[in-house]
Design a protein around this ligand. Sequence first.
Ligand code: FAD
Ligand code: DHB
Length: 390
Amino acid sequence: MHTTVGIVGGGPAGLLLSRMLHRAGVDCVVLESRDRAYVEQRQRAGLLEQSTVDALREAGAAARLDAEGLVHDGVELRWDGRGHRIDFPALTGGRKVWVYAQTEVVKDLVALQLADGAALYFEARVRAVEGADTGRPVIHYTHDGQDKTLTCDYVVGCDGFHGVVRAAVPEGVQRTFERVYPYSWLGIMADVPPSCEELVYAHSPRGFALYSMRSPEVSRLYLQVPNGTDPADWPDERIWDELDARSGLPGGKLERGRITSKSVLPMRSSVTEPMRYGRVFLAGDAAHIVPPTGAKGLNLAVADVVVLGRALIQWRRTGSKEQLDAYSDTCLRRVWRAEHFSYFMTTTLHTDPEQSGFETRLQISQLDRIAESKHAAAELAMNYAGLPLP
Ligand code: FAD
Ligand code: DHB
């Protein structure tokens, strides 16, 4: 089988790229190793920035997002008994964020692509990509119990952090920059209306906590926990007590409800450069990951494929490779900005187990500065609500 663009991975990046290409009449195939139900239920991100929403609208994939997504104009930071609201539209010239779960973005894109007859194969596990530096790279994959090959003009690795496409870039060419953090998040989903109207990011001597939501009926909450934490050590009452203790909210008591899931998420920053080698491109988590504080992971994946989708469409229509050649540099500028922002949010709000009192006072000083200075607050707001796409 041959296709113009072979896309490995049917997460948000692979699905949106295939949507953009399919609508522009560029032939493409998505190979996803998991089954449809698994991909649609994998709990991950929940916050979409302005340019992600714009991209989904442009791809004709935002009908349900526009009907059901919760538009948020701000978030609250809390520390040292104080709180400060960051007003996004006022500080960014009108930009906002949306609470709409990654599971729903994925469900919407899968349904649209299948309804349009696009080539999207589940349970198709890619084993390797060969010939990145030839004119016709080949994807080797297993589907229906058979080993198969797909030749392509271009291959895009949207196969996440543990993907296989990155290995198509030779070791001598590839550079990876990485940082692992000395804490993780315990994330829970609970059937209870959120206790706060907007997201709350709380710095506390007991560690960081984040109060988020999925809908007016479902809360999404996170606690900083030590690396290696077993969720079994966190019975429901302990989680609610700790969320109360860290919130610093006046009154301090959250409404409690049935906890429907618990998981532990380690935190890491990682960037692989370049994001292209020959006829193979990397996009989304396949090329970079961020710690979740600030919700950049999914948004960055979308930004990559918007740039790449436009470049592939331009090449197909005009034969020009100008945008394809600029892809890696264009994306890496935004990637490193988001890496810095995620690192800043993470290290400003969490308590390192080895942290000294000196470092805690620096964190408090930084948070005070955001509350006192419109410029400091605007810098946070612009990065959080998302910088415009190039
Ligand atoms: P992925 O969503 O990882 O998609 C990659 C796809 O490729 C998967 O469907 C996978 O099954 C498939 N695949 C992998 N290998 C192969 C193969 N060999 N052959 C075929 N297919 C393959 N971000 C936030 O902003 N906020 C959060 O709260 C948040 N929570 C997260 C929690 C977890 C547990 C994880 C892992 C990530 C979280 N993220 C969060 C990050 C965010 O979800 C990712 O940035 C986003 O999913 C990136 O999308 P992607 O399409 O690049 O990669
Ligand atoms: C969510 C996750 C984040 O990492 C974040 O910064 C904000 C919200 C969430 O899952 O709702």
